[in-house]
Design a protein around this ligand. Sequence first.
Ligand code: PGA
Length: 261
Amino acid sequence: MPHVSSLGNYNPVVSVYPDAKVASIDIAQRIASLIRSNHQSGKQTVLGLATGSTPIYVYEELVRLHREEHLRFKDVVSFNLDEYFPMQPDSPHSYVAFMQKHLFDHVDINPDNVYIPDGTHPRESIEDYCRTYEQKIGDLGGIDIQLLGIGRTGHIGFNEPGAEFDSQTRLVELNDLTRTDAAAGFGEKEQVPTEAITMGIDTILKARKIILMAWGKGKAAIIKKMMESDLTPDIPATFLKTCERVELVLDTEAASDLRKE
Ligand code: PGA
């Protein structure tokens, strides 16, 4: 692994919007433009998708664009960042269920073009499975736009503190704070799985465009930390600063602790 001090450190573009909805509509419109222009040149669009509360408005706007403005998903391929492990796809807690509810059930994407890490894969061959997931992204030409949220631990996907810069898709343990934050959805923390399959930092950084979104005051502290800390596995999102294709899209509250230049 390259030593972190030898990595580039860019100041990512930071776009601040009055609120999450306006920001999300803009992101969805950018995704739609790419899908349309790729379609015109006969190309597929490969999206890297995220779950959690953060991307919900983006999906809402994509569904609206499909319903009202003829945006087609026939030549869209999607790869989700992560899934709990173990997790049955028909569980209401699965990210499969989340994606169906918020996007896939409402657009004309081909189910064969939807990739979400398989929370039912046998543990003994999980490494091979993860390698195949990684390879599939490459075989399809790489991710055009990767959407990201950020956890209060500084995780992106489920790359928790300690994740390495060159990490790839793999089985990981979830951080305690992440499980606490997920507890409400599961009823109680003890019900939240302790592991997950996640794309790695390296997987994410290979995307041609990476948009990290954060909304609300609850994200202000981690956004400040990410922007002001040196690159460190303790705050995995800091590794995004090695890549000039990264953009932070924030609402005013999430941006409120950033130093004004
Ligand atoms: P959230 O989670 O969108 O529910 O805030 C973000 C994340 O953990 O990546």
